[in-house]
Design a protein around this ligand. Structure first.
Ligand SMILES: Cc1cc2nc3c(=O)[nH]c(=O)nc-3n(C[C@H](O)[C@H](O)[C@H](O)COP(=O)(O)OP(=O)(O)OC[C@H]3O[C@@H](n4cnc5c(N)ncnc54)[C@H](O)[C@@H]3O)c2cc1C
Length: 392
């Protein structure tokens, strides 16, 4: 039955960022505020696996499936580099473990309500926002956090690539994986159409791993192309006997479309909707935790979730656009770009760079390890596109 009610906070979409926000609120001085999460799905499937690098102890340490200190990088010729990623660790969290953990925790807080419904409209106001659902309910809130807003991803003045992938979790009859070392990027697969294509392997044990075929391009492949690439890789790895126990596929936007985290006085966009996805890598999980922790802290101290953007954020968004331009315009083989980045710099420096945490001189050093003239050509085009965007 449709209802009409006021909450302190309404969270639209109870996926990764929505549930993360609920978790951070539940661990803050605001845990007694009236909170509503609106989500149509019951979140009881393992629909994604998050992997991310992190130096510090994160909020979900106890439910991680695995962590690693080393990663393998394999270039187009099959040459392997083992990267020591200290002081970072590479962490793996299964979607289903995250959903269960957060949902179990918040159900003990009587101030947090979950509603199985879909958000239809969100309207901003001076002192509250209004959320209307498909089921006909109306909710007002001091702040509405929206993870359902869809980016348009089709404006010609932006770089709009997709990171698309399919993965199998396989169990093998014989030991087939080194459980201590995931393959972060294995470029020794055909670089069809000169697109960035690689295999990603997360080993759970010597008999079990998630193997993903990933492509950065403008268009998705036919389903059977992912399958063929996966089976080809498995066969070439010498694995004779295996069974597929799970499948995962996904599409992550890799776009420099400008995002608005604070589109209104009372509306805050979070997660991919709020621009938390790194445009040049697709990684989203760790930044979401960092940003939402800061936002909840701001709410505790000032009563407002508003956070200023740092000057450095603009610098890093420019770098991301340049990388996207190199990939989209196929200015240089992607495998060689990443080979140079990881071969000529410490992995920890590349990770801090991708997290937007390096200093200017480190960035110059990283830029110097790329094919400089091609990156400069990309930089000029990006600046031209940005100027044309401003004039519109
Ligand atoms: C298969 C896959 C693997 C990924 N792996 C990684 C990884 O390894 N590392 C990493 O950092 N990132 C990864 N990502 C990227 C990113 O972390 C995820 O996409 C993440 O789930 C984004 O969080 P989100 O809250 O923005 O979106 P979601 O988690 O998708 O949450 C949005 C929620 O909104 C709900 N919703 C949609 N419409 C409505 C509506 N009208 N009303 C109410 N609710 C609605 C949806 O049901 C969903 O639950 C991956 C993405 C995918 C798809």
């Amino acid at each position: 039955m449709p209802v009409s009610e006021h909450y302190d906070f309404v969270i639209c979409g109870g996926g990764m960022s929505g549930l993360s926000l609920a978790w951070h609120l539940n661990h803050s001085a605001l845990r007694d505020r009236k909170i509503l999460i609106i989500e149509p799905d019951d979140k009881n499937k393992n629909d994604r696996t998050w992997a991310f690098w992190e130096k510090e102890t994160g909020p979900f340490e106890e439910i991680l499936t695995r962590t690693w200190d080393h990663l393998d990088f394999i270039n187009e010729t099959g040459q392997k580099r083992t990267l020591d990623i200290y002081p970072y660790r590479y962490k793996l969290l299964r979607g289903i473990d995250f959903y269960h953990h957060v949902l179990n925790e918040i159900k003990n807080n009587p101030n947090i309500t979950r509603l199985q419904d879909a958000v239809e409209k969100i309207q901003d106001g001076d002192d509250k926002a209004l959320v209307t659902t498909a089921g006909g309910s109306d909710f007002t809130a001091a702040y509405v956090f929206d993870s359902t807003f869809r980016l348009s991803l089709n404006r010609p003045e932006n770089h709009n690539l997709l990171q698309h992938f399919k993965g199998y979790v396989i169990e093998t009859a014989e030991p087939a994986f080194d459980p201590e070392k995931p393959e972060m990027m294995n470029f020794s697969v055909p670089q069809i159409n000169s697109e960035c294509r690689f295999i990603y392997v997360l080993p759970f044990s010597d008999h079990k791993a998630l193997i993903e075929y990933t492509v950065f391009s403008e268009h998705l492949l036919h389903e059977k192309e992912y399958d063929e690439a996966l089976l080809d890789y498995i066969q070439k790895s010498g694995i004779q006997s295996f069974r597929i126990v799970e499948e995962e596929s996904g599409v992550i936007p890799m776009s420099d479309e400008p995002t608005e985290e604070f589109p209104g006085k009372r509306i805050v966009r979070i997660g991919t909707s709020g621009g938390y996805t790194n445009p040049s890598t697709g990684y989203t999980f760790r930044y979401t935790q960092k940003r939402l922790a800061e936002m909840v802290r701001a709410l505790e101290i000032h009563g407002s979730p508003y956070l200023k953007s740092r000057w450095a954020d603009r610098r890093f968004s420019l770098y991301a656009s340049i990388i996207l331009n190199v990939l989209k315009r196929k200015r240089h083989a992607a495998g060689d770009v990443f080979d140079r980045l990881y071969g000529r710099n410490k992995a920890s420096m590349i990770f801090s760079f991708l997290d937007g945490e390096t200093g200017f001189w480190q960035e110059i050093r990283i830029m110097n390890s790329t094919p400089v003239f091609k990156f400069m050509a990309a930089a000029f085009e990006v600046l031209r596109l940005r100027l044309s965007r401003r004039k519109k």
